[in-house]
Write a protein that binds this ligand. Structure first.
Ligand code: SF4
Length: 469
């Protein structure tokens, strides 16, 4: 069955008066690590599981399951929790999604499974699927039960996976279950890619990435972390592996290129979050401007509030309607006190050593551009100064063009890999691809889905060939 693409829903965040209070706690680390979706007690999990109508059946899957990119069998795992079988529930989840514990914490569930829950139709609160999923996996892992599938017999073929983020880990896991000998390469010292380095700490610090990785070890997957795949290693992989899965993600932050960006107090979003996750808390002082209005921009704005900034303003050159962030993320940022300046573009950072103002222009929307959105056009004479102490640029990431250009046959579209959506096959028959390097960056669970698709694509291709090269 062809997987459905993730679509952006329109769910609004429920009012949560506690959010403002938590975001403004006087201890920044406490505020930064106060979990948005905290664990459930046994009793709460049972009660919540009992509310579930266990919809669907073999011919009509439940809407929550259909809305899950990883196709986790939600009613089955919730049913298992309701009869006290949390470990069985975890098994069901991890069978469909090896990053089930991570996704339970970081998935935009309001947009996906919980957004599709039938209880909405009777104006009831949807089932708290994310936290139930976390409950099941926490229970299993807490007992040291990693639920590692039985190692299949090696089929004689080897696959290299470049990138140990969600797409790479999932692809590797699926391939190992098919019987391939898999090696994962990543230049970082740890697994998880941006999940480890750049997911807001109030969503996930690192747990349970290590347990999720340990399951892959136990399945016989080899890790070569701290290893950059340069052209000579790439050529070595091409000659010694039967297939290569590119799960390389995106590169560094794109920059606005505004004059004055070398002033102190100006950050790019990914290093800013990474610093926080390592407990080096940036001194953002009082007034912060965040450039961009995607989900990462919402996160850094909320992190700036938690770091103690009194005023955090998101500057976006289009209007609220074109904002790329999920409505839920926007609503929660507003509830925490983040302000928004729509149709506003930075043109220069001012300061003396440290940034003290952003020179901005007001914009209006003109004709549609190549992205299908209306193009922002400067309004004459609209320049103004916004006083700030800190600027965080969060306008997206750059594709890894240099690495990709060097691989013969790989076709790119605006720097993103062109690959068959139903198999992950690229223009080079040795290479398949999955994750952010194809779509420019979406959700973790979408990368999981793509990792599964590419693993099935590799298996189909190598099975057709009928053995090692
Ligand atoms: Fe339970 Fe809602 Fe899914 Fe139905 S749609 S199975 S009530 S979570």
């Amino acid at each position: 069955m062809q997987a459905e693409p993730v679509t952006r829903g329109l769910r609004k965040a429920a009012p949560r008066p506690d959010l403002f209070e938590v975001a403004h706690l006087s201890d920044p680390w406490e505020a930064l690590t106060a979990e948005l979706k905290p664990p459930m007690s046994h009793q709460d999990a049972f009660l919540e599981a009992y509310r579930c109508l266990l919809c669907g059946g073999p011919l009509t899957p439940a809407p929550c399951m259909l809305a899950c990119p990883a196709k986790v069998d939600v009613p089955s795992f919730i049913g298992a929790i309701s009869v006290g079988e949390a470990v069985e529930a975890a098994e069901i989840i991890l069978d469909a999604n090896p990053l089930g514990g991570t996704c339970a914490r970081v998935c935009p569930t309001e947009e996906l499974c919980e957004g599709a829950c039938v209880l909405h139709s009777t104006h009831q609160r949807p089932i708290d699927i994310g936290r139930l999923q976390r409950y099941a996996i926490d229970q299993a892992f807490r007992d040291g039960n990693l639920l590692v599938p039985e190692r299949p017999q090696h089929n004689g073929m080897r696959v290299a996976v470049i990138g140990a983020g969600p797409a790479g880990l999932t692809g590797a896991f699926e391939l190992a279950k098919y019987g391939y000998k898999v090696t994962i390469f990543d230049s970082r010292a740890g697994t998880g890619g941006l999940v480890r380095a750049a997911i807001a700490p109030y969503r996930q610090l690192t747990e349970p990435l290590d347990q999720e990785t340990a399951r892959l070890w136990e399945l016989g997957i080899e890790f070569r972390l701290g290893t950059t795949v340069d052209s000579s290693l790439r050529e070595e992989l091409e000659s010694s592996y039967d297939s290569i899965l590119l799960a390389i993600g995106m590169g560094e932050d794109a920059a606005t290129g505004c004059e004055g960006n070398d002033l102190k107090g100006i950050f790019s979003s990914l290093p800013f979050i990474e610093k926080i996750k390592l407990a080096y808390l940036p001194d953002v002082k009082n007034k912060v401007a965040v450039i961009g209005a995607g989900n990462t921009a919402m996160d850094v704005a909320r992190e700036a509030i938690r770091l103690g900034a009194a005023e955090v303003t998101v500057l976006y050159r289009r209007s609220e309607k074109e904002m790329p962030a999920f409505p839920v993320e926007f609503d929660e940022a507003v509830q925490e006190g983040v302000r928004f300046a729509w149709l506003t573009s930075p043109v220069r950072y001012e300061g003396n050593g440290r940034v003290n103002a952003v020179r901005c222009l007001k914009m209006k929307l003109g004709d549609q551009d190549s992205s299908g959105r209306r193009k922002p056009v400067p309004v004459d004479g609209s320049e103004f100064l916004l006083e700030v102490d800190t600027v965080i640029e969060a306008i997206g990431q750059l594709p890894r063009k240099d690495f990709l250009f060097a691989i013969p046959g790989i076709e790119l579209n605006s720097g993103l890999i062109r690959a068959a959506s139903e198999t992950g096959a690229t223009g080079n028959p040795l290479y398949f691809a999955a994750g952010d390097a194809l779509n420019g960056g979406a959700t973790v669970v979408e990368a999981v889905r793509m990792g599964k698709v590419a693993a099935a694509g590799i298996d189909a291709k190598l099975s057709e060939r009928g053995g090692a090269k």
